[in-house]
Design a binder for this molecule. Sequence first.
Ligand SMILES: Nc1nc2c(ncn2[C@@H]2O[C@H](COP(=O)(O)OP(=O)(O)OP(=O)(O)O)[C@@H](O)[C@H]2O)c(=O)[nH]1
Length: 390
Amino acid sequence: MDALPGWTYVLIALAILALITVAVAVTVSLRSRGGKAVPPSAPTDAGAPPPRADEAEVTAPTEVTGQEAAAPPVPEEALPTLEQPEGTASRLVRLRQRLSRSQGALGKGLLALLSRDKLDEDTWESIEDTLLTADIGVAPTTQLVDNLRTRLRVEGGEATEARRVLSEELLALVNPDLDRRLRVTGEDGKPGVVLVVGVNGVGKTTTVGKIGRILVAEDRSVVMGAADTFRAAAAEQLGTWGERVGVDVVRGPEGTDPASVAFEAVKEGIDRGVDTVLVDTAGRLQNKAGLMDELGKVKRVIEKLTPVTEVLLVLDATTGQNGMIQARVFAEAVDVTGIVLTKLDGSAKGGIVVAVQRELGVPVKLVGLGEGPDDLAPFEPQAFVDALLG
Ligand SMILES: Nc1nc2c(ncn2[C@@H]2O[C@H](COP(=O)(O)OP(=O)(O)OP(=O)(O)O)[C@@H](O)[C@H]2O)c(=O)[nH]1
């Protein structure tokens, strides 16, 4: 066989080189596609309130860099990113300010009227209207106006006097002597049981979650029961609240008897020796008889194990008279021992505190002041009046 000309060898060598280059390029491209880590999905936080600005750093998903992508997967148990609920002192300071922002207009309006040179009938009528608009209710308004008239006649109408007298009268209406402590501890080594009731949408589940966080911040052990079995999302929502602070949530499939979930939750709490069991209930029953049957049963069934120490009725402060009607129906269905007034941040009608306490003869114990996870505060009469007067 004749030897090939020299340039043919050069051509063959070039062709082999080109083939090698193409092969290397294809391999590198495949590797880089197959090896890229999928960024972790965002934490499923759908049911819980949106994180506040100061929480964002903790909960926001971080981007995965090339180096992190190559790192070996970390077992799930090693990632308990539990949140630290806000401490009591800073929470109270923050929420008192928020209360002033939402309620200050009422007191300012009243003080402006009371500081007029002449307190004539028109002025007293405007004072009455201002109080009624703030949902204080007719009887307390009449009482307050009568007392103000008498005292300002006797004690003089100077602006500073008017402020002092108004402050004292408002405080008397809010009734600082009521016992507003939450009964979260049980007896005989058993947990305290807090049953949370109210119609849907008022902020029941959110309130259960927030109370759980307050208890965790106080180093108490907690189990939560999702006895709102009408809507699967409600149980999921509570599950998320629990997960965030390491509290277990007992739940049953959608449609389970709420009483059986409540029973299981309290049993779990007793078996584990926790301090408090918080039970969320459903409130979407349309008729009073059904509501009474259900709530009565939940309470009776729990009390086969241990007494319910607190029944909290959650009311939405923005609903005015509607809230009062709900309050009456629930109070007939179950012995309410305390009221939680939610969404006070979104309503200037703080007078509902006075109206609802009068109506039920039960103290407002907690107020909801926002959608943030720690936006729940104990109701403090003096701080409330101070907020009203700005
Ligand atoms: N602004 C404000 N929003 C609140 C407050 N409390 C609850 N909410 C919001 O009210 C909405 C309803 O709250 P939920 O806790 O789901 O109400 P629920 O009564 O449990 O309703 P169901 O689960 O449907 O029975 C949510 O968007 C909460 O974030 C509050 O104090 N202030």
